[in-house]
Design a binder for this molecule. Structure first.
Ligand code: ZN
Length: 388
């Protein structure tokens, strides 16, 4: 009787062992890109500038913050532990300058930009303010908030107002802009405002950002491990500030913030100036015209591929003279959908570039003001008289 060589037997045994091994592989360190197009002249950086660690009231070690952000597809984060609130101080160092270098070292391995920040945590007014691009956080731990902010400015910091609509700091249900904020603004000590914090959108802050030329920001203010608050494996994401930067460097990131080149990406919403929203929207789409020519009363479909991570909701803004087209259209992220077009009678034969006006209801250029745009489709009209 023939016997298998012992090495073959070993192979069978190992194979057998492998196939009965547990179904779960070890977790690999993998990054999921956030697909949002660049805009002309700039790269679109995905950022979160409000993050806590165990060095204030967060529940996460700083290096883990870098890993979470890298895996989620972010380009830059700021570590912004509270200066005045350190509930773990009996267990963790109270050194205000310690969390940043730990996060930066982890970020450096991952090619993630990590920015040094602090949260100046005061009653209203002025409320909570983040100062980022600091060089020394400990120097900000002083009694008067005015002095903390002046010191931050001396260090060249970018300063923004956090969660203006945060329940414990609003007055009789109203979000209030105080004279103290006007003072900061006129002194050049207030450069941005959180229009979104965590899952809250503040229309008042959005309005002020436009009126007072403040950078629009959207940050997580995360304290928990990311996965406890956001279902990042199921089409959910933390709120993200999009920064339109000349390059992917800390210097250009900072310059872009001071130049107010930002937008908000929160849930399925994009909020910002139309100079950024329009190219992001149009740059997300690839439109294939109908393959056959269009006759009056007959339907042909264009195909629209949305290569971005954002699902767009469209509403027809006005009728087109040459075709009828749907009142509503959803362009799901990563999918191709049909745009049915029906030829109207009396249309002259020949090729035509149609501009179909739509508003994109989840892209806001101001509170309650969606972006108006149009989809361009090339259509060849057949001679109407030749019938079907
Ligand atoms: Zn905070």
């Amino acid at each position: 009787m023939k016997t298998l060589p012992s090495s073959a037997l070993l192979t069978i045994l190992i194979t057998g062992l492998t196939t009965t091994a547990p179904a779960h592989e070890p977790v690999t360190r993998a990054r999921t890109p956030i697909l949002i197009p660049d805009v002309p002249g700039y790269v679109t950086l995905k950022c979160d500038f409000h993050i806590h660690t165990v060095f204030s009231d967060g529940l996460v070690w700083p290096s883990v913050r870098a890993e979470e952000a890298w895996r989620e597809g972010l380009d830059a984060i700021a570590i912004t532990d509270h200066l005045e609130y350190q509930p773990h101080k009996t267990d963790v160092s109270t050194n205000h300058d310690r969390s940043f270098p730990i996060a930066r070292a982890a970020g450096s391995e991952l090619d993630l930009l990590v920015v040094k920040g602090s949260e100046i945590t005061r009653k209203m007014p002025p409320g909570h303010l983040n100062a980022i691009f600091l060089t020394n956080s400990t120097a900000l731990a002083v009694e008067r908030w005015q002095d903390a902010i002046a010191t931050a400015r001396d260090q060249g910091a970018f300063i923004f107002w956090n969660h203006p609509g945060w329940e414990p700091q609003i007055t009789n249900g109203l979000v209030v802009w105080y004279p103290e904020h006007t003072e900061l603004l006129t002194q050049g000590r207030l450069h941005g405002i959180e229009v979104v914090n965590d899952r809250s959108y503040y229309p008042e802050a959005h309005k002020w950002a436009i009126e007072k030329n403040l950078a629009l920001l959207s940050n997580s203010d995360i304290h928990n491990p990311l996965n406890l608050d956001y279902h990042v494996h199921e089409d959910d994401h933390r709120p993200i500030t999009l920064v339109f930067s000349k390059s992917r460097t800390l210097e250009e990131l900072k310059a872009a913030l001071f130049a107010r080149r930002t937008a908000v990406y929160s849930g399925e919403r994009l909020i910002g100036d139309e100079q950024f929203l329009r190219p992001i929207f149009l740059g997300s789409l690839e439109i294939t015209p109908p393959h056959a020519s269009l006759r009056p009363g007959q339907r042909q479909s264009a195909q629209i591929y949305n290569r971005s991570a954002i699902t767009y909701q469209l509403e027809r803004e006005s009728a087109a003279p040459e075709v009828t087209y749907p009142e509503r259209l959803t362009l799901p992220a990563g999918k191709t959908v049909l745009l049915p077009l029906t030829g109207k009678t009396g249309t002259t034969a020949g090729p035509r570039k149609l501009k179909l006006p739509f508003r994109v209801t989840n892209l806001l250029k101001a509170p309650n003001t969606p972006l108006s745009t149009s989809l361009e489709v090339e259509v060849n009209f057949a001679d109407g008289k030749s019938g079907k």
